[in-house]
Design a protein around this ligand. Sequence first.
Ligand code: PLP
Length: 388
Amino acid sequence: MLNIRYFNKSQSDTYQALDTPCLCVDKQTFLKNLMHLRTRTEALGASLRPHFKTVRAAEALKYLLPDSSSPITVSTLKEAEALISEGYTNVIYAVGISAAKLKRIKNLQHKGQTIRVLADTPEQANQVNLFCEEHRCSVPVLLEIDCDGHRGGIRPDDPLLIDIAQLLHTGAADFKGVLTHAGESYHCLNPDALREAAANEVKVALDAAARLRAANIPCEIVSVGSTPTAHHYENLDGITEVRAGVYSFFDLVMKGIGICELNQIAATVATTVIGHNHEKGWLFVDAGWMALSGDRGTAQQPHDCGYGLVADETGQLLEGLQVSSVNQEHGILTMVNDRQLKPDDFPIGSRLHILPNHACATAAMHSKYHVFDTQAETYEVWNRIQGW
Ligand SMILES: Cc1ncc(COP(=O)(O)O)c(C=O)c1O
């Protein structure tokens, strides 16, 4: 039972007038997701630094952050520029820095804001130092630490850890601390593995910070985070902040890992039935990969959801029905259990909702979101910040 209300009676006309495909946000569910992780993190003594990459809409900032000095993470400078122009002052750009981006970073610092960048090579450290010298400015830098072999970063026991931090600390840049992201936690499939990934992420970040401090390099920020680990920390002593992004909308990948239930998925794609193939038992909808993304994140999980699961417009999950394949503007829905699809149960023109595999990818396909608060009976349009 999904039991989500995408709209209530008073919002029915607005909802019915939407053109599909479009992204609908259930605001109460979104707010509950935000509140849950903030409360959990702060109870453990750390700050929450939400990752803006999932929602990327200025209209959502007042819900994501308590105030304009609250910490936030971005994955593009476009997001950072939008945040700074909205008056938000405490930003980490959490993708390895390239020299070509430093001018834009400087322009943002110029306005009295803080935007910190990430490095994990001596080359990057030298480039930031050189830029700061040439432009008589200071750019705060974090060192990316590899906690699980998922992507970039340096291991806490690598001699480069001290070398790079020393370059930044003694150079014109401003060395600020360490950051790690437990990307491998997406492959954990039980609570013990998740708790282990969370404890490992914390331990690796603390080990790196301890080595730096032992070498007389101050390490003000110790930043950890991914949505799966953020929901499984048991002790955050010594950690200054936790980052997470997809927790705000949640999705089928997170459901597959066991981080959320289906009724915590706040963003769905509303779509219209546009055709039937009786012979093949197919149903066509107007949401293809342009609306859903091509993400197949559940393919490696025990329950492969195709390109998404399906609910009707009353929020009822249609058991066994899923988006089996996508073309650019067509989604093909089939039954994946033993039941027969009866296309006539889904008349042409009827509306369905697709629950996304990966909320960050699906939301990125939409320039605006239709946000329904079924409790306050409000409807808002949020505009997504596009591009890099
Ligand atoms: C550096 C960094 N921090 C935090 C996150 C947020 O993690 P999640 O997507 O699991 O919420 C990401 C996600 O890719 C990331 O790259």
